[in-house]
Design a protein around this ligand. Structure first.
Ligand code: NAD
Length: 551
């Protein structure tokens, strides 16, 4: 059955060819013709705007729009809340003036743009955009928009700042559902560049386009997303936490070690310190909502580790204790673990194996380390693995399999695996996870760490878990991004931009993929899948298709 026939049976009349074309050209989910004719929306730059909800996000959005010169109204269901938000904004602007970052005149004009509203009925007749930032509750949001529809012109755009509720569901029941779109800002609104422009099944393409353009005019970087659980950022980011929680659950490493490894890979914060900052209650709630919305797909399953922390009130920084203990001044992160630095014992034969930047770096580092002893390593390019052979023992770049599996395959116990490098280290002392085969000789256990130190790393030993830390986390982030693209949530470019701007990742998942290989990522996922058995590590069809095409 053709795709359009299926859509028509479902009461929808999608033109799949134009959907494909729109995605390729604009990265956008085009309008669906389910009783929803295309709208013509005038550009929203300069429009009068109403923001509903004067909490953290609503106040931030009102400030942003007022700074851009819009005439703003701000309403909150709690009496006095909108006035209070405007007063706070006045204090924020005064502080900027005092620091010389804003002129007193600009501050006065900005503040003069915002009018607190006592009742929704007092909204301006020429309001052309409403941005909702009320409580995260479907019924409350639906009721608000239905109430607003009775007060607004038919072409007024309705935007919701929801971070987790289906935009399609919020629009359901509206007289003009095509005008409702997600406009998902990140906290703090003034600083975070990303806006996810989220289209539900009803959303008119011209409405999404108008919000996209307005976000650009406000100095943000918008990305189009389809309304699916977690949208782009909150979905793709799940494995960053989940893989660390899985390693903690099986006692493979401590929070300190896991954080150090991922920070060394370029992440601004490790998952444990980040979960402590977000709050385990909040992070658990988001995880649970994405898990439920995916009908309990095991890939998104929350961890008993975080559940127990929530139950125990160990919520992170806000409660003074999470994975770490915090002082009242916010300090409290323990220092990085200190690396073992021993010179490698004299080896008779060292060979660097593999091709590519990591192998080249190992060659350079081993040459440097052995130069003190007056000789250098040999090099073999076509052995099919990357790492060092040292007198018959092997130090192997992780391909997802644990050291014990490699030892069994090679029928040799002196095997160690080390974690994936996302970039060639530019300084010595970069934390790097490694694991040694359980039956390795005591001498090799010491030497594996000493060799990594001699190559310039700060080696951190883990239990022999497949994919170590960085390899499995990044492979899973790529996999989730690939699935999001496969399911039409976003384009690869949008996924990269969203992860860099929404959660400050050092690179986007598809940028990591271009420095790795599709086959290499699938190998790590397959190794995890074979080891743990279950649906969690299944590789995305997007990756499989690219891998087949590359053959
Ligand atoms: P908040 O609790 O700080 O503010 C919500 C405000 O809405 C409150 O002042 C409340 O009185 C008001 N309100 C509740 N129901 C209302 C109604 N029916 N009509 C008018 N006002 C009503 O919440 P927040 O953190 O600003 O979040 C608001 C929205 O933004 C939520 O949908 C949330 O998921 C989303 N969001 C939050 C963040 C974040 O980091 N806080 C980030 C992105 C998106």
């Amino acid at each position: 059955m053709a795709r359009c026939d299926v859509a028509q049976m479902a009461g929808l009349s999608w033109d799949w060819d134009s959907i494909d074309a729109a995605w390729k050209k604009e990265g956008r989910w085009p309008e669906c013709a389910a009783g929803n004719s295309a709208m013509t929306i005038r550009p929203l730059q300069g429009a009068s705007i109403l923001v509903v909800g004067a909490g953290i996000m609503g106040a931030g959005i009102a400030q942003l729009a007022a700074r851009a010169g819009h005439r703003m109204q701000l309403f909150d269901a709690r009496a006095g809340e909108a006035q209070q938000a405007v007063r706070k904004l006045g204090a924020t602007l005064d502080a900027l003036v005092a620091k010389g970052k804003l002129t007193a005149e600009a501050a006065e004009i900005t503040l003069g743009c915002i009018e607190p509203l006592a009742a929704l009925e007092e909204l301006r007749d020429d309001t052309r955009l409403v941005i909702e930032a009320i409580v995260e509750d479907l019924d409350a949001k639906r009721a608000l928009f239905q109430q607003l529809e009775a007060l607004l012109a038919a072409d007024c755009v309705l935007a919701t700042n929801t971070s987790s509720i289906s935009v399609t569901a919020i629009a359901n029941g509206l007289e003009h559902p095509g005008r409702l779109v997600g406009m998902h800002f990140f906290n703090p609104v003034a600083q975070m560049k990303l806006v996810e422009v989220v289209s539900g099944l009803h959303t008119d393409a011209s409405v999404a386009a108008a919000i996209f353009d307005l976000s650009c005019a406000w100095g943000k970087t918008p990305v189009h997303a389809r309304s699916t659980p977690g949208f782009i950022v909150n979905r793709i980011a799940r494995p960053f936490y989940a893989e660390t929680l899985a390693l903690l659950l099986e006692q493979a490493a401590t929070p300190q070690v896991l954080d150090a490894c991922l920070r060394a890979a370029g992440f601004r914060m490790g998952p444990c310190e980040l979960m402590d900052l977000i709050g385990h209650d909040t992070n658990f709630a988001v995880t649970l909502s994405v898990y439920k919305a995916h009908f309990f797909d095991k890939r998104f399953a929350p961890s008993p580790v975080q559940h127990e922390m929530v139950d125990g009130g160990l919520l992170g920084r806000k409660s003074g204790r999470g994975f770490y203990r915090y002082q009242s001044d916010g300090s409290g992160l323990p220092p990085l673990p200190v690396a073992v630095h021993e010179a490698p014992s004299t080896a008779g034969e060292v060979t660097v194996h593999g091709v590519g930047v990591i192998a080249d770096f190992l060659d350079l580092a081993a040459t440097r380390a052995l130069a003190q002893q007056g000789w250098g390593p040999a090099r073999v390019h076509d052995s099919g693995w990357t790492g060092l052979a040292i007198d018959g023992a092997r130090l192997v770049l992780s391909d997802g399999r644990c050291a014990a599996e490699l030892a069994a395959e090679l029928d040799s116990q002196d095997i160690a695996v080390f974690d994936r490098l996302l970039a060639v280290p530019t300084s010595t002392g970069t934390a790097l996870a490694f694991a040694v085969a359980p039956a390795a000789s005591p001498a090799w256990r010491t030497q594996a760490a000493a060799w990594l130190a001699a190559l310039g790393f700060a080696p951190l030993r883990l239990a022999d878990a497949p994919g170590l830390v960085v390899a499995r986390t990044v492979a899973m982030l790529i996999n989730e991004a690939a699935d999001a693209v496969q399911q039409g949530v976003c384009t690869p470019d949008s996924a990269d931009a969203a992860m860099k701007l929404g959660v400050n990742y050092p690179a986007g998942p598809f940028e990591w993929l271009s420095g790795w290989s599709v086959a290499g990522v699938i190998a790590v996922l397959d190794a995890l899948d074979a080891y743990y058995r279950g649906e969690r590590y299944r590789a995305s069809p997007w990756l499989h298709r690219r891998n087949q095409a590359a053959r």
